[in-house]
Design a protein around this ligand. Structure first.
Ligand code: FAD
Length: 417
């Protein structure tokens, strides 16, 4: 089933009876060539690119819940390529390029909106850092523009420019950044993988990983044992638990990150805005809700719900930046489990077990990475070699200390990244 304007018109005129399910609901087979554990954004995009770019078909994605029920469907949807360090910047640049062609590639409307991102700065020192980051982005081939205070005011007149503690000096404008509809991204990749023969097995929790003679043999699941000579672990916040099934202890801590959405308002926040003096970012959804978030909850947890001090912190930052937000009613908040690494950068690598591969450590920023992560992980699993834009995401950097990608310069503290 392909989507097109003509098809939408035809279905609209004939009672919408011609639409078919987006993907099948197959029974798991006893053996596949490749198993992907985790049906989130990264697992689904990996399966999609394995099928589309490498022509592999005998693949299953094993998801313990339902497709799109994890972080991929519960984030603040910011998509950007404004990274500073070599190792990260080429990867996110690659990801943004994939985003730009994604809807045509998937034949699916993921509502990718390049509305621009403005990272505010509030001191001369922050302006210098923003200029440096902008130059790195331009060197990488991405876009960046340094705005002064009036430049920001033209985009976002509702901000509190004269705040005595945090006056706004300007912002780094990344025009190609923006947002996308999170669950549509999961659905689009799921549909694309399914149509190429990948089995998406929902309600199928992996409970064990079978290893013999140092090589992976398959997995145990709540729907029986499944054999495969290649297995990819792509379970985001649950990475440490699933890797432990293979006897591995990962350099990952799991923390909760919350987000909030208000009642629907008339259009007011046209770009994505980030505060430079606290962790706060905001955009407005197409339904009108203000969507915003801040810091993680600062203690390790697997509970996908947040605590009140983090709520207070986010609201304070919002009020300092744009006092008008105090009049909006928050409709709901939610939390997801972040897989935080010591340097804030991800891991896409083999493991010490033959045939077992690892994709994790996405911290706060894994949604924007979904296309490149899937592309690079599929490349690694299919060819055995790292993709050229993902050579830095090695697992052993946390053992050797070489190649640490500390984008924020906050050191080896998971909860500060
Ligand atoms: C509130 C919030 C805001 C965020 N905002 C942004 C943002 O603005 N921009 C951005 O780039 N990133 C953002 N992120 C981060 C981003 O959402 C995550 O990094 C990314 O979604 C994680 O990868 P995933 O999509 O594969 O994870 P998930 O969707 O969580 O997928 C992992 C899947 O693995 C499954 N699983 C776990 N254990 C097992 C098992 N044993 N067997 C089978 N399946 C299993 C889970 O059920 C889950 O579906 C945010 C996250 C949160 C929570």
């Amino acid at each position: 089933m392909r989507f097109s304007g003509l098809r939408v018109l035809k279905e609209g005129l004939t009672g919408n009876r011609g639409w078919t399910p987006h993907w099948r609901d197959p029974e798991p087979k006893s053996e596949y060539d490749i198993l992907i554990i985790g049906g989130g954004g990264h697992g689904l995009s990996t399966a999609y690119y394995l099928a589309r770019k490498h022509g592999l078909r005998n693949i299953a994605v094993l998801e313990k819940g339902y497709i799109g029920g994890g972080n991929v469907g519960r984030n603040t949807t910011i998509v950007r390529a404004n990274y500073f360090l070599p190792g990260n910047s080429e990867f996110y640049s690659h990801s943004l390029k994939l985003w730009e062609g994604l809807e045509q590639d998937l034949n699916y409307n993921v509502m990718h909106s390049q509305r621009g991102i403005i990272n505010l700065f509030h001191s001369d020192g922050q302006r210098d850092a923003a200029a440096r980051r902008g130059n790195a982005m331009i060197n990488q081939g991405d876009d960046a523009e340094l705005l002064d205070r009036d430049g920001v005011r033209r985009f976002a007149p509702y901000l509190d420019f004269e705040n005595l503690r945090f006056p706004i000096y300007g912002g780094l404008y990344h025009k190609r950044g923006g947002t996308a509809r999170h669950d549509a991204v999961a659905w689009g990749y799921a549909r694309g993988a399914d149509s190429r023969g990948v089995d998406l097995i929902q309600n199928c929790e992996v409970t064990g990983i079978d290893i013999e003679g140092g090589a992976v043999q398959g997995v145990q699941t709540t729907r029986g044992a499944i054999r495969a000579s290649k297995v990819g672990i792509v379970v985001a916040g649950r990475s440490s638990q699933v890797a432990a099934m293979a006897g591995m202890r990962l350099p990952v801590e799991s923390h909760v990150l919350q987000a909030f959405v208000t009642e629907g308002l008339k259009p007011v926040v046209d770009q994505v805005i980030t505060f430079g003096m606290g962790h706060f970012y905001i955009s407005q959804s197409d339904k009108g809700g203000l969507v915003f978030g801040g810091d993680i909850d600062m203690y390790a947890s697997y509970a996908a719900r947040g605590n009140l001090p983090a709520v207070e912190h986010v609201m304070e930052a919002g009020m300092a930046l744009m006092p008008m937000i105090g009049k909006a009613k928050v409709l709901r908040s939610w939390g997801g489990i972040m897989d935080m690494t010591p340097d804030g950068s991800p891991i896409i690598d083999r493991t010490g077990i033959e045939g077992l591969f690892l994709n994790c450590g996405w911290n706060y920023g894994g949604f924007k990475a979904v296309p490149a992560s899937g592309d690079c992980f599929a490349h690694l699993m299919a060819t055995g070699r790292p993709h050229p834009v993902a050579t830095g995401f090695r697992l052993d950097r946390f053992r050797t200390g070489h190649g640490i990608l500390d984008e924020e310069g906050t050191g080896a503290q998971h909860n500060l990244h």
